[in-house]
Design a protein around this ligand. Structure first.
Ligand code: UD1
Ligand code: CA
Length: 449
């Protein structure tokens, strides 16, 4: 059965006190919107529609970055959740199957929960996702008996008795697409907020003799982000879940509470992650790799048997083949290290390719930027780059070549050649001692202690 997903993301998020649209604030180094879109993706939807309003251009860009096929509709004025769904109608008019409404600021709804929602559709025309709230606060209240949902009443419109109900509306709702569009077209604004309430479709459906149902999930899944404090709380919850999942998948985390994952981090079985490691977006660490303490990784790929750190930084485009060793105080950017390459200490490699089993000495720097443009460095296999070599790009070092320590390499080095590019050493016998004597005499003459 085809499924469409509508993600509401038009709100400003006033309580975030931010210039950034709420749904673009990050959890796990990914915008909140991506979390909702990922939940949607688990349903393999035929259509994904994001309703954008505040910061629509940026929201649209973020949506397309996650899923180029996602469609964006504009809700210029936020006149309620029902009004938001109405904006998506033109894009859904011809769609068979069910539609699910999700929220860009509600990141943790699980794929299994959405599945249960779709299954409950076999029994009810409209299905609402509810939860038992520890603190029902200002949530909409669900009047239900077992799985049968009688009505939803918004907090603002609720009587004291209704406010005493703890079964609350998560906001997530599912119905056959054509029915949903039909129902939202009949919404009015005669309520305390003067808005088009999506929640009113339950009453409208029941007026037609259709049944409504409730599926209950854990409160943690429905956590919506309205404030920075909730954002921090969401980050903590996300990290806790990712750490548990990594451990479950056979990853060793020496000190789980000090490791920070991104939404798309992949770590293979038997990889070891030492304390204080931070993963930015786009990282894959394969089985058996070791990330030592205090490393920061983003946009990179670490292959089997490779070791990284301690205190290493892998930036976007760092590609480490099997058994590569990257040691302490090393930064790698947009650089491919072939199998068995060793970069032990104090090095910057940017915009480079290093052939297999090459050794990069301590203090090596690819001088890849001339102030205007970036340039590439090519280093062949089994080469030996001496400590403190400056590789002024563009430059190529042939296979099996060596550079002498302290060299500033400005022209290509042929394969198997030794490049010496430093001043020749001169020793002056006795000069150090004579110089010291003179300096001491000068100081004494000035009467300094
Ligand atoms: C809504 C539900 C409430 C539920 C709660 C769960 C309605 C009428 N009420 O209330 O029953 O308990 O969510 O959090 O649906 N949005 C738009 N355009 C709009 C209005 C809202 O895109 O015109 C988006 C917002 O950006 C937000 C989401 O929809 O992400 C929810 O809107 P919000 O105004 O926060 O609804 P609540 O009053 O919290
Ligand atoms: Ca809300």
């Amino acid at each position: 059965m085809p499924v469409s997903v509508i993600i509401l993301a038009a709100g400003q998020g006033t309580r975030m006190n931010s210039d950034l649209p709420k749904v673009l604030h990050p959890v796990g180094a990914a915008p909140l919107l991506h979390h909702a879109m990922r939940a949607a993706q688990s349903l393999d939807p035929d259509r994904t529609i994001v309703v954008a309003g505040h910061g629509a251009e940026a929201v649209s860009k973020a949506a397309k970055a996650f899923d180029p096929e996602a469609q964006i509709v504009l809700q210029t004025e936020q006149r309620g959740t029902g009004h938001a769904v109405q904006q998506a109608a033109p894009l859904l008019a011809d769609m068979p199957g069910d539609a699910i409404v999700l929220y860009g600021d509600t990141p943790f709804v699980r794929a299994e929960t959405l599945d249960r929602l779709l299954q409950a559709r076999a029994r009810h025309a409209v299905v609402v996702l509810g939860f038992d709230a520890r603190d029902p606060d200002r949530y909409g209240r669900l009047g239900a008996q077992d799985e049968d949902l009688h009505r939803i009443v918004e907090f603002k419109d609720a009587s004291p008795e209704e406010r005493a109900i703890t079964l609350c509306n998560s906001g997530v709702i599912c119905a056959e697409t054509s029915l949903l569009l039909d129902l939202v077209s009949g919404l009015g604004t005669a309520n305390a907020a003067g808005e088009y309430y999506l929640t009113d479709i339950v009453g409208l459906a029941r007026d037609r003799g259709l049944s409504a149902g409730v599926v209950i999930c854990d409160e943690a899944e429905t956590l919506g982000i309205n404030t920075r404090a909730q954002l921090a709380q969401a980050e903590a919850a996300f990290q806790t879940a990712m750490r548990a999942e990594a451990l479950e998948n056979g990853v060793t985390l020496t000190a789980p509470d000090t490791v920070f994952f991104a939404l798309d981090t992949h770590v293979g079985r038997d990889a070891i992650i030492a304390p204080n490691v931070v993963f930015g977006p786009g990282v894959t660490v394969e089985s058996g790799a070791v990330i030592h303490a205090f490393c920061h990784l983003e946009g990179c790929h670490v292959s089997r048997g490779a070791t990284v750190g301690p205190f290493a930084r892998l930036r976007p485009g760092a590609e480490l083949a099997e058994d590569v060793h990257v040691g302490n105080f090393v930064e790698i950017k947009n650089t491919v290290l072939d199998e068995g390459v060793k970069v032990g200490h104090l090095t910057y490699l940017g915009d480079a390719h290093v052939g297999e089993h090459t050794n990069i000495g301590a203090g090596t720097v690819t001088c890849n930027y001339d102030g205007v443009m970036k340039h590439r460095t090519e280093i062949g296999a089994r080469a030996f780059i001496g400590s403190d070599t400056m590789l002024v790009a563009p430059v190529t070092i042939g296979a099996g070549a060596m550079t002498a320590s302290g060299s500033v390499i400005t022209t290509d080095v042929p394969a198997a050649a030794l490049a010496l590019a430093r001043a020749r050493q001169v020793n002056k016998p006795g000069l150090a001692a004579r110089l010291m004597d003179r300096l001491r005499a000068t100081k004494a003459a000035k009467g300094q202690s």
